[in-house]
Design a binder for this molecule. Structure first.
Ligand SMILES: *Cc1c(COP(=O)(O)O)cnc(C)c1O
Length: 398
């Protein structure tokens, strides 16, 4: 007689308190909703089309050549060198091999910086609305968020508000430019304000620049690490996911002073240790030889931005045209909705389209993002057009 216990669907045990309120990421939730309802997914920010085929070829060759075991925790030497060369070529920043660490996407670099550089109770000034992993990681680390809100229509960062958010417990400013979800690109003047506050209070700056190459019109991305007095206090984070339309490969990196990078690596060693062995030489190739890809991507994204923005404006939405990134933020209050979550939950059934309620990127009690919805335009033109066609055919009024 064989005896086996039935597979339990639930246990009586609870999740750790450090996850209270963190929940699943909204992107997974809304992408699952899109699949379930057959909706056009203008929610999660991933492109429909893979990055350069030559880069895929290098990864395949690396696998065939046996690069399938643990890579160095610090990163494959050619990728470390390619990241350093990229920072020099684009921004004139000089980094040695000990000032670069390769991570499992920007997500792990953010986790490494938060866990490796902050103690419980340390305060972190963060731009609101914020990318959802910041909130989760700061909470897991026991750090305290001090949001500074970027407000529509132009989402400018006011230096005085930044200054007001700093206390004697503040250790870090967690920056993100080009900014997800608003698409705002911090200007020279705004960056100078951040730098002034950081220097005055001797703060660390961790800056998420994953959209560094996806900036439109005549806007320009400037890493804050290039401003006077900032190189010695700044960890700059980026990733190949957005730049090369390879979001599933999860190859990211951090650069900065050797001691700060060592702290990021010290935490990262106990997260993944290392990942993506065959992808690392492929991304090194991409950084060294495929700059044309992101130049073209930037131009085509700008056209798709314009297409989606004008289509959404025609529907009566208040459109805040982004300066960079994959996303446009709209105001749905013109259609009678004051709750973007209710709007986004109704949208699959009413229109067969999924978008992201931007209110999830704000503090829970904040009224600021209540009526804002984020739409992704990193999709094929036909997908954007089909989404707009469905939206036009639907009754969107509250
Ligand atoms: C997509 C995204 C990330 C995650 O990058 P990965 O390399 O996929 O981990 C981090 N920050 C922002 C602002 C993003 O939009």
């Amino acid at each position: 007689m064989s005896s086996h216990s039935p597979t339990a669907s639930r246990s009586r045990h609870r999740a750790a308190r450090r996850l209270d309120g963190v929940g699943a990421t909204i992107f997974a939730e809304m992408s699952a909703l899109a699949t379930r309802t057959g909706s056009v997914n203008l929610g999660q920010g991933f492109p429909d089309v893979s990055g350069p085929s030559a880069v895929v070829d290098v990864a395949v060759e690396a696998m065939r050549a046996g690069r399938n075991q643990y890579p160095p925790g610090h990163g494959a030497p050619e990728l470390v060198a390619a990241v350093a060369a990229h920072q020099r070529r684009h921004y004139g920043m000089d980094f040695g091999a000990d000032q670069v660490v390769v991570t499992t996407g920007a997500t792990e670099a953010i986790a490494g910086a938060v866990l490796g550089l902050l103690d419980p109770g340390d305060e972190v000034v963060v731009l609101e609305p914020y990318y959802d992993s910041y909130r989760a990681m700061l909470q897991i680390a026991g750090a305290v968020r001090r949001p500074v809100t970027l407000r529509a229509p132009d989402f400018r960062l006011e230096t005085a508000e930044l200054e007001a958010a700093v206390t004697e417990r503040t250790r870090m400013i967690l920056l993100n430019t080009p900014h997800n979800p608003t698409g705002h690109v911090l200007s020279q003047a705004e960056l100078a304000g951040v730098a002034e506050v950081a220097r005055r209070h001797d703060l660390l700056v961790v800056t998420d620049e994953v959209y560094e190459h996806l900036v439109f019109d005549d806007h320009r991305h400037v890493p804050i690490a290039t401003l006077p007095g900032m190189a010695e206090r700044t960890v700059t984070i980026s990733s190949s996911g957005k730049t090369f339309s390879l979001t599933g490969w999860k190859i990211g990196w951090a650069t900065g002073p050797a001691d700060l990078v060592a702290a990021v690596e010290g935490a990262k060693n106990w997260l993944s240790y290392a990942s993506g062995a065959p992808f690392q030489p492929a991304i090194a190739h991409a950084l060294d030889h495929e700059e044309g890809f992101h130049r073209d991507l930037r131009a085509s994204l700008q056209r798709r931005r314009d297409r989606l923005c004008s289509g959404l404006a025609d529907l009566g939405l208040g459109v805040h045209v982004p300066q960079g990134t994959y996303f446009v933020t709209t105001d749905v209050s013109g259609l009678g909705w004051d709750d973007s979550l209710a709007f986004c939950l109704a949208l699959p059934e009413r229109a067969g389209v999924v978008a992201i309620p931007a209110q999830v990127f704000y503090e829970e009690a904040s009224p600021e993002g209540r009526h804002l919805v984020r739409w992704a335009f990193c999709k094929e033109t036909e997908v954007i057009d089909e989404g707009l066609r469905r939206l036009r055919a639907a009754d969107l009024a509250r």
